[in-house]
Design a protein. Structure first.
Length: 319
């Protein structure tokens, strides 16, 4: 290796990019977790027409104290993929943003394009969260043995089926890393064993994907947020993640989110005016700033509340 680029957060979790003699970038360590080199690069790309089959070739690198940007060329330079890594040393959160650019003379149909990470083959445990209506954020651990593990959303709903979140934990050392996807459409996370390594692929779901990129156009892939998990316990990573989001994505909002009371958590769509008035008085006394009357107030027809979504006429015969 001719060059190493190191980043370290306040908890001394280190991320290291190494540059080989041919300027090929290698991710040696991510948030304190050792990584394994991959000649295929840091992403998976498949196209239908024209087919892009060649391995990616390094085409550029830029870096400073807080970020690194890597560029790969495919199909003789007709296709470029850039990966911009932005580091928040205060919280240890990395943001990885990728852009796929078609410099060719023909439209390109993408059938698969996901970020790819490779780790040593040691024993790992995975934490994912199942999610469905009335049973959101149901987290559980499972060991990665031989069978691949997959989490995905369904029906175009970001958190229906699963949440776009994965924790990969070294079973013996209790070191762990969390991956978050900021979806811009359907998403998928896959973890499997492959040729003596553990591979994590995540991003835009590839089921029935036919994404056409015209000549000279580009697409931005779903952003990834990556962070260390203290002692391998997901709950201990959450405050750092929240702190990062409050200082970046939500910084422009100015005021804090108001304290809200929602009637759904009482008796769902059953609304009783006397009971509502008592709740309103109690909510005010507790300091709630917003009182939300949820499902149950709308719909001029018969049937349960979810069949009347979109009919915003106020019910006259009920609360």
């Amino acid at each position: 290796m001719s060059k190493t680029i190191n980043y370290q957060d306040q908890s001394r979790n280190r991320t290291t990019f190494s540059l080989a003699a041919n300027r090929r970038p290698v991710l040696s360590r991510l948030c304190g977790i050792p990584c394994r080199d991959s000649a295929d690069g840091w992403f998976t790309l498949e196209t239908a027409a024209p087919r892009v089959a060649a391995r990616p070739v390094p085409a550029g690198i830029e870096y400073d104290d807080h970020s690194s940007t890597f560029t790969w060329a495919l199909a003789g330079g007709a296709v470029l993929l850039t990966a911009h890594w932005l580091f928040d040393a205060m919280t240890g959160v990395w943001r990885r943003r990728e852009r796929l650019i078609n410099h060719g003379s023909r439209s390109m149909t993408v059938t698969r394009c996901m970020a790819r990470f490779m780790f040593p083959a040691g024993p790992y445990e995975l934490y994912t969260q199942a999610s469905r209506w009335s049973a959101e954020n149901q987290g559980f651990w499972q060991s990665l043995v031989d069978k691949p593990i997959e989490a995905r959303c369904i029906n175009g709903r970001t958190t229906q089926g699963a949440n776009p979140y994965l924790v990969l934990r070294e079973a013996r050392l209790r070191r762990a890393i969390a991956f978050h996807i900021r979806p811009c459409g359907n998403w998928v996370i896959r973890v499997r064993r492959e040729r003596g390594s553990v591979v994590v692929e995540l991003g835009l779901a590839d089921a029935n994907l036919r994404l056409v990129i015209p000549p000279g156009a580009a697409i931005d892939l779903p952003e990834l947020l990556i962070q260390p998990v203290p002692e391998g316990i997901p709950e201990r990573a959450a405050p750092f993640f929240h702190r990062h989001l409050l200082s970046t994505d939500f910084k422009a909002t100015g005021t804090a989110t108001p304290v809200v009371y929602n009637t759904w958590f009482d008796h769902f769509d059953y609304l009783d005016p006397v009971r509502l008035r008592r709740q309103l008085a109690t909510a005010k006394e507790l300091g709630c700033e917003v009182f939300t009357i949820d499902a149950g107030w709308y719909g001029g027809g018969a049937g349960p509340w979810h069949t009347q979504v979109g009919d915003w006429r106020e019910k006259k015969r009920e609360a």
